[in-house]
Design a protein around this ligand. Sequence first.
Ligand code: HXC
Length: 521
Amino acid sequence: MALYEKPPMDKLIEELKVLKEKVNKGGGEEKVNFQHSKGKLTARERLQLLFDEGSFSEILTFATTRSTEFGLNKFYGDGVITGWGKIDGRQVFAYAQDFTVLGGSLGETHASKIVRVYELALKVGAPVIGINDSGGARIQEGALSLEGYGAVFKMNVMASGVIPQITIMAGPAAGGAVYSPALTDFIIMIKGDAYYMFVTGPEITKVSIGEEVSYQDLGGAIVHATKSGVVHFVAENEQDAINIAKRLLSYLPSNNMEEPPYMDTNDQGERELKGVESIVPTDPLKPFDIRDLIYNLVDNGEFLEVHKLWAQNITVGFGRINGNVVGIVANNSAYYGGAIDVDAADKAARFIRFCDAFNIPLISLVDTPGYVPGTDQEYRGIIRHGAKMLYAFAEATVPKITVIVRRSYGGAHIAMSIKSLGADLVYAWPSAEIAVTGPEGAVRILYRKDLQNAQNPEDLLKEKISEYRKLFANPYWAAEKGLIDDVIEPKDTRKIISRALEILKNKREFRYPKKHGNIPL
Ligand code: HXC
């Protein structure tokens, strides 16, 4: 008689079902209830919301830790659920950290599961969404945890520019654990006490530098969306975060070899814009919100603004024109007169580089008086940061279309993408003003001596400003020099952009071979 008799298949399947049920319970009922009491969903509930019904395929379901130190309990899955599924019919990989299992902490196996998701996603060219909810490096696994983070960070970097990476911040993130989200393309963070991210928490902050600050004031969603710029989208709740991720994906190709997804929006590219003249005042000193123009310009007014609450003097985001995805970079005079500061330059440069990496054409809408002057900006490195925009636009090989709607002065004129920097087509409205600097500044420099010696300097100043404005406060001087392809009526802007996108669809532009460039950081 055999010592071990293999049970029949039905018994084996029953055993498997029992085990899977155990897996599905995560850290157990008590922990799940505690998770819910904080207003948080579990990792499985989140994945269920994220993926098309029944489409999720789990991998490394039974993987568990090899460590035994500090009586470490073994849990199937090791605190992270990994796999792929469909979102609106498209294949997407995901991992969701399970806070009910060892606080979602990251040890050796947990990390290797995330790495495996990335390896597969890179092989097949599909995006990765990471739902982060973790106490950070698993203390019991010591240096293995840190090594695990290193492996995850490396995969984030290997995947950068190859497949889109989206992070949903759905719990705490402290210490180095914040850096995997930071290495991805977009961070969506949920509002509320249960969600925060910082390198050093309030307790250590108090002990080390004597500063008292709450969790939310140090690392909540609002702080990161308005002050640090770490967060790209703020979600009202968990469901909202999932919705934002899905909406974002709808604008993105699955990888850098694909075009962004075309969508039949039923909004004609040749459509005339209505009432734009009343949105954009011709008086250059009157601020207006550029988003009112953008909503008018894009298909059905649908614009997904990125970094909406940070560096609002520049507006960036995704929309469609005639069904084709575009990335829009626009100065917003409603904030700091639309001048470019260090944060605006960083925001724009990162967005431009993302669009270029993923074949998304760029539209610049220009209305800027220049870079912000003063010691604050100079000390913070406006030279270094401002250079990022120049670098990003010059480096980009996607179609680049510029429309100058009003002021376009100095370095900022160049930074918003002009012909010599590599713009493919440049248009201007009749309200455009293109010059090295604003009228008063220019006159004070050009006529310094005359103004010093004049009997009535104010009159002379006015007269010279008027002369200067006559020459440069229009697009024609630049158009005569061949710097503007056409001066267009505002109502034709969408039509012109739509046609430009069509002609530039098969644009080819080549670069010298190199390992990588050295963007000023
Ligand atoms: C192991 C951890 C853990 C961790 C939490 N847990 N974090 N286990 N390693 N890092 C466990 C807890 O022991 C607890 O287990 C369970 O998860 C739930 O945690 P609670 O503390 O009960 O939850 P909560 O009150 O919500 O507090 C969440 C928390 C807190 C604020 C995140 O758990 C915490 O401070 N954790 C430690 C954070 C930390 O210092 N991490 C290392 C950061 S440095 P039981 O069994 O009691 O339920 C880092 C370096 C990365 O990450 C370096 C990368 C280069």
